[in-house]
Design a protein around this ligand. Structure first.
Ligand SMILES: CCCCCCCCCCCCCCCCCCCCCC(=O)SCCNC(=O)CCNC(=O)[C@H](O)C(C)(C)COP(=O)(O)OP(=O)(O)OC[C@H]1O[C@@H](n2cnc3c(N)ncnc32)[C@H](O)[C@@H]1OP(=O)(O)O
Ligand SMILES: Cc1cc2nc3c(=O)[nH]c(=O)nc-3n(C[C@H](O)[C@H](O)[C@H](O)COP(=O)(O)OP(=O)(O)OC[C@H]3O[C@@H](n4cnc5c(N)ncnc54)[C@H](O)[C@@H]3O)c2cc1C
Length: 660
């Protein structure tokens, strides 16, 4: 063990194991998590050369082979539920990298479970759950991802044959992006515009076979392939798909909510948005993905910052650990705090999702708007912060952060699309804003608000100028966030009205106000995260040493948000210049307080080396010797003299020498 890291661990004020238990739901679940992770990490069948040294084709093939073994071994070991799968498959076997069955499990199966009738489930779900067929979720097209109502692929009902005719009428109507579509899937859930007797009924889900079950060739009328290399996701065959009047039977439309009768009568769903259910589920889970990815990057950068020594702080003294530079702490600690904040927010989001789904299953769809607004806002906020945080961690590792040996570039490349997929972040924040505007106007009309928007009922009065307040007090901070969110919602609503009064129609007024609307929705989501973090600490079951250190982190998270967005808190005089100055001082003091616990706090995320996949973030801190070892394994180092020397460099050098 590197002595610097050992010293850090020996000096911590708490036992990280207590936080591990808090994060993962108690000792039994931690035991299970570790067992499943190590089962996957130590399985010789899952070992392969570093993906960074492979071509894209090799990466796809390697991940496909592993996906198949993972499925077989899951069955053998009885690893089934979502939590177990997150540990064994997502983190353990795949180290959170995209694999060729990812969309089958994350969207195809959930759509069948959520959108198919019982008869349809009997027909397809068992086959899909047992991997007799492999599917994906084919919605986005080359021309439209965001605007679902603009999808061009059509499903036209023919009552004479009781079939749908699937057709791609234009180049832009080509399905583009669906994961695992290019080479792997033989089925898909297709989102297409439903037409009956010439009338459009909007996007609906259809179960469609696209490849032969015999030889995997595209079925007649189907054109399908891989969309080519991307920023990341090399192991995933994101694909394209076109239909030339392909016919499918009537009961291939997933009809749990809306139906087409044999004669072409359309039976409306209780809400047209129920067809968007899988997206809401995945958005709810992406908050976990964002929290975890940020936590991994912070773990790497924090450990490495204790091993890395650089410069002379004091003349003649040994070089300090770079984490002792307060500027380095200011880069990392706010993201350490954010990773914790989002871990807790993610747990809350998942439980809101499951609670809401219980009610929706019982027929109560009144919870849908709140669930959509909360999941859209938290998915966007968490993935934005994750993106900024991973990049900051990379830079905080200096030059070595840029190497794949750090593990950070691949975390970034694999998870940065979370800001785009499953709904582009700005677009989703505007959905949250839409709900906030609606709720706000309901409250103005005297309706009682409930749930996450209850606070909009009254903007708190601005306190008397000059009054002093303790900005370290979490209750004071929560109230400040609440006030800011309520004010920004209120002001965005006023601005929206002003734009309309000035003669704009509603859509133009909405567009003109949209920067303010995104700001209001972001503030609303941040308020939720801060309040939820503080509420988690109030749980009497939390150990006192843990509460102490997490309270500092919660304060840091909230204060950093105040300082970074100080204009919002100052604008209406709610906070004063003195408050902000105090907040900055407190941040410095909190960082000094957290410094001795930094390594223990990242250890408590409990990512074993196999999952982190980073030389810089190794638990034992033996960075330098392993860096060299890693570089030696690079394909360019297979021989001392590369063959291109003989082909190009040698004649070039010889010719130049001959000229002298
Ligand atoms: C558990 C243990 C954990 C432990 C550990 C955990 C370990 C970690 C594990 C983590 C694993 C993570 C794995 C991740 C991997 C994922 C891979 C995924 C790959 C990516 C897949 C994809 O990328 S797949 C395509 C996604 N593509 C979109 O995402 C399109 C966006 N675009 C729209 O979604 C619509 O286009 C858009 C804009 C809404 C407008 O829709 P639109 O035009 O129809 O609607 P309008 O705007 O007109 O709105 C009309 C009214 O509908 C309301 N409304 C709209 N949507 C609603 C809805 N869903 N629910 C309710 N209400 C809704 C709205 O609020 C209005 O309400 P109102 O009228 O009352 O105001
Ligand atoms: C890695 C990856 C995997 C994916 N996997 C799948 C999959 O499995 N299945 C699938 O169907 N799709 C998949 N997608 C597609 C993904 O869901 C879409 O790319 C996403 O929904 C964004 O849509 P878009 O590409 O049309 O972006 P656009 O909407 O074209 O966004 C471009 C810009 O326009 C802005 N914009 C657009 N509309 C508005 C608006 N109304 N108001 C304000 N600004 C707006 C956006 O904010 C953004 O800045 C995947 C994408 C990626 C990157």
């Amino acid at each position: 063990m590197n002595p610097d890291l050992k010293k850090e661990r020996d000096g911590a004020s708490f036992d990280p194991e207590k936080i591990v238990n808090l994060l993962y739901g108690g000792p039994d679940r931690v035991k299970r998590k570790r067992k499943l992770e190590s089962l996957a990490l130590n399985d010789p069948d899952f070992q392969h050369e570093d993906l960074n040294f492979m071509s894209r084709e090799q990466q796809y093939e390697t991940q496909l082979k592993k996906s198949i073994m993972v499925v077989q071994k899951q069955e053998k070991h009885g690893i089934m539920g979502p939590e177990d799968s997150a540990h064994y498959v997502y983190n353990g076997a795949f180290k959170a990298m995209a694999g060729p069955f990812g969309l089958h499990t994350s969207m195809f199966l959930p759509t069948l479970r959520g959108q198919a009738t019982d008869e349809q489930k009997d027909k397809w779900l068992k086959m899909a759950e047992n991997y007799a067929i492999i599917g994906t979720y084919a919605q986005t097209e080359m021309g439209h991802g965001t605007f679902l109502r603009g999808l061009e692929t059509t499903a036209t009902y023919d009552p004479h044959t009781q079939e749908f005719d699937l057709h791609t009428p234009t180049p832009t109507g080509t399905k583009w992006w669906p994961g695992c579509l290019g080479k792997t899937s033989n089925y898909c859930v297709l989102m297409a515009q439903l037409y009956i007797h010439g009338k459009s009924y909007g996007p609906h889900p259809f179960m469609v076979q696209i490849r032969s079950l015999e030889d995997h060739k595209p079925l007649p009328g189907v054109t399908v392939g891989d969309i080519g290399p991307k920023f990341g996701y090399a192991g995933n065959d994101n694909g394209f798909l076109r239909f030339d009047h392909v016919r499918i039977p009537r009961d291939n439309m997933l009809m749990k909510y809306s139906r087409v009768e044999p004669d072409g009568t359309y039976v409306k769903p209780p809400s047209s948005k129920l067809a968007y259910g899988t997206m809401v589920q995945v958005r709810s889970f992406i908050v976990s993905e964002a929290a975890e990815s940020l936590a991994k990057a912070v773990t790497i950068a924090t450990r490495y910052s204790c091993v890395r020594r650089q410069s002379e702080m004091k003349p003649g003294h040994p070089e300090p650990q770079v984490l002792d530079y307060v500027t380095q702490q200011y880069k990392l600690f706010p993201y350490l705090a954010a990773a914790y904040a989002f871990m807790f927010a993610a747990r809350a989001m998942v439980s809101v999702y499951f609670r809401s789904m219980e009610r929706i299953t019982r027929g109560d769809i009144t919870v849908l708007p709140e669930l959509h607004a909360l999941s859209s806002g938290l998915k966007s906020l968490s993935s934005w912060v994750m993106n900024a945080g991973i990049e900051e961690c990379r830079m905080a590792c200096g030059g070595h952060g840029y190497s794949h040996a750090s593990g950070i570039p691949s975390i970034y490349a694999e998870h940065t699309p979370a800001a785009t997929y499953e709904g582009e972040n700005t677009v989703l924040m505007l959905q949250t804003a839409r709900y906030l505007m609606k709720s706000y106007s309901q409250s103005v009309q005297g309706e009682k608000l409930a749930g996450s928007v209850a606070y909009l009922a009254g903007v708190q009065p601005v306190p008397v100028a000059g009054r002093t307040r303790d900005v370290l007090d979490l209750q004071v901070l929560i109230e400040a966030y609440q006030h800011r969110a309520a004010r920004l919602v209120h002001e965005a609503a006023l601005q929206l009205r002003k734009e309309q009064q000035a003669g704009k129609d509603q859509p133009d007024a909405w567009n003109a106000t949209s920067v303010d609307l995104v700001k209001a929705a972001t503030a609303h989501s941040q308020y939720f995260v801060v309040k939820n973090f503080a509420a988690r600490l109030a749980d009497p079951a939390v150990d006192s040493s843990v509460r102490a250190v997490l309270t500092s982190l919660c304060q840091l998270h909230a204060l950093h948000g105040v300082v970074n967005n100080s204009g919002d808190f100052l604008e209406d005089g709610y906070m004063t210049g003195t408050d902000i100055r105090q907040a900055r001082r407190h941040i410095n003091a909190l960082m000094a307080k957290l410094r001795p616990d930094a390594v223990a706090l990242v250890d408590a995320f409990d990512y074993p080396d196999g999952i982190l996949n980073s030389i810089l973030g190794r638990y034992d801190g033996n960075v330098y010797e392993h860096l060299l070892e890693w570089a030696k394994a690079s394909p360019l180092n297979k021989t001392d003299v590369h063959q291109s020397y003989h082909k190009y460099l040698k004649p070039f050098l010889q010719a130049n020498r001959a000229k002298l």
